[in-house]
Design a protein. Structure first.
Length: 126
């Protein structure tokens, strides 16, 4: 099955987000090995969850690139979760606006691309 440009772009943003999570996991490993953590158990748990998230995003990217609807659905949920984290970064007593923007912009782009990919898939199914 041929995929559209919108689907390939959506898969690309999901793949980039998966790579970003892998980089974050590498940073977590570095902090864990260098002893820059207060609680080893929590650090390991966070590392495992980060790796699972990266694997999920990579799987969504592959599914979207192949035209799978489950990849688009999972990708949309991931973008909405990322927007929730970005909103949290904008608020509170220790608001970090730069972090919020760095999280929100790719999430909004990804959400738009995934909606475009869903529309393209619907047109193809007609």
């Amino acid at each position: 099955m041929r995929t559209t440009v919108a689907e390939r772009q959506a898969a690309g943003i999901l793949g980039l987000q998966a790579i970003a999570l892998l980089v974050l996991a590498g940073w977590e490993v570095t902090a864990l090995v260098s002893g820059d953590t207060d609680d080893v158990g929590s650090s390991v748990a966070l590392l495992v969850l980060t790796a699972i998230g990266a694997a999920a995003l990579a799987a969504f990217a592959v599914a979207v690139a192949r035209g799978g609807s489950w990849g688009r659905s999972g990708g949309i949920v991931a973008q909405l979760l990322l927007l929730a984290v970005a909103f949290g970064a904008f608020t509170g007593p220790t608001a970090a606006h730069a972090v919020g923007i760095a999280l929100a912009v790719p999430a909004l782009v990804g959400l738009g691309l995934l909606i475009g990919a869903a529309r393209a898939a619907a047109r193809r199914a007609e």
